[in-house]
Write a protein that binds this ligand. Structure first.
Ligand code: ATP
Ligand code: MG
Length: 266
């Protein structure tokens, strides 16, 4: 029997303010519980990792937090607000964004264009403010400046004019990170950010994630299977099995828990 997890708000780096709090969340599909009574927190400026075998509920939890699904029970708080039954676009406006297991950029658009379409609240899209040329000009300049800053942060400066469809798998993952950064997030939920990427690029992507946390103060909840690579980059780990949160701790604490290996092999 794996030892008990701690309850929400009790567990992680209490000196930092909790940014995301998941309290007793359950999600059913018919009579099947994909998540049962899940509680966890992610403080500000923290990189948390969510692991577990296939079908353990990782993506379902990301879907509940990001508003794709609403939980059947429980509560989700982000930056002090109850987001349990908010819609995806309202959650994004609060600064909580997510990527998908398979990146979906606009393949026939350049890297620059892919980033620029992600900017929010473009005054040129509003009829009244579109008449005020100085306003949207200033805003477009701001977006382009930001786009170059983001490209530098994710290391794609030399791909600015490349079509997204011509990028490698790893570069697409970096583009995905860049698209999320354009939204000025306080927190990113990343579903398998190094899935299918070679180890060299995988380490590079994770280093970029560390840079983003350090430069912008962004928090992360990352779902990843490749524990050999990802563990050394994260501050805290949550372990799911069959819809239950069965363990949590620092990476070194989790690595020491030999009984957790059986969960992966089962
Ligand atoms: N929309 C759905 N309808 C019915 N069952 C679902 C649905 N989405 C997920 N499930 C089931 O819920 C369980 C958890 O699925 P989920 O996709 O969250 O797992 P996961 O941990 O992300 O797995 P993987 O590592 O393979 O990505 C699985 O048994 C899955 O079949
Ligand atoms: Mg998944």
């Amino acid at each position: 029997m794996v030892s008990q997890t701690l309850s929400a708000g009790q567990n992680l780096e209490l000196e930092k303010r909790p940014l995301l709090t998941v309290k007793n969340v359950s999600k059913r599909f018919g009579s099947f519980y994909a998540l049962q009574n899940i509680s966890l927190t992610v403080p500000e400026k923290t990189i948390a990792l969510l692991i577990g075998p296939n079908g353990s509920g990782k993506t379902t939890l990301i879907n509940c937090i990001s508003g794709v699904y609403w939980p059947d029970e429980g509560q989700i708080l982000f930056d002090g607000k109850d987001i349990t039954e908010m819609h995806v676009h309202d959650i994004v406006k609060l600064g909580l964004v997510r990527s998908f297991q398979v990146p979906a950029p606009f393949k026939k658009m350049t890297v620059a264009e892919n980033l620029l379409v992600c900017g929010q609240d473009n005054p040129g899209e509003n009829f009244v403010s579109s008449l005020n040329r100085s306003r949207w000009r200033a805003s477009e300049k701001e977006s382009v400046d930001k786009m170059f800053k983001v490209l530098k942060t994710v290391g794609l400066e030399d791909k600015v004019d490349t079509l997204a469809g011509e990028l490698s798998g790893g570069q697409l993952k970096l583009l995905e990170l860049g698209r999320l950064l354009m939204l000025n997030p306080k927190m990113m939920l990343l579903d398998e950010p190094i899935g299918g990427v070679n180890p060299v690029l995988a380490n590079s992507i994770l280093s970029h994630i560390i840079n983003i946390r350090n430069e912008f103060g962004t928090s992360f909840l990352i779902v990843e299977h490749r524990l050999d690579i990802v563990m050394k980059y994260v501050d805290y780990v949550y372990v799911l099995s069959k819809g239950n949160l069965i363990a949590s701790g620092t990476p070194s604490e989790i690595v020491e828990r030999r009984e957790l290996y059986d969960v992966y092999l089962a």
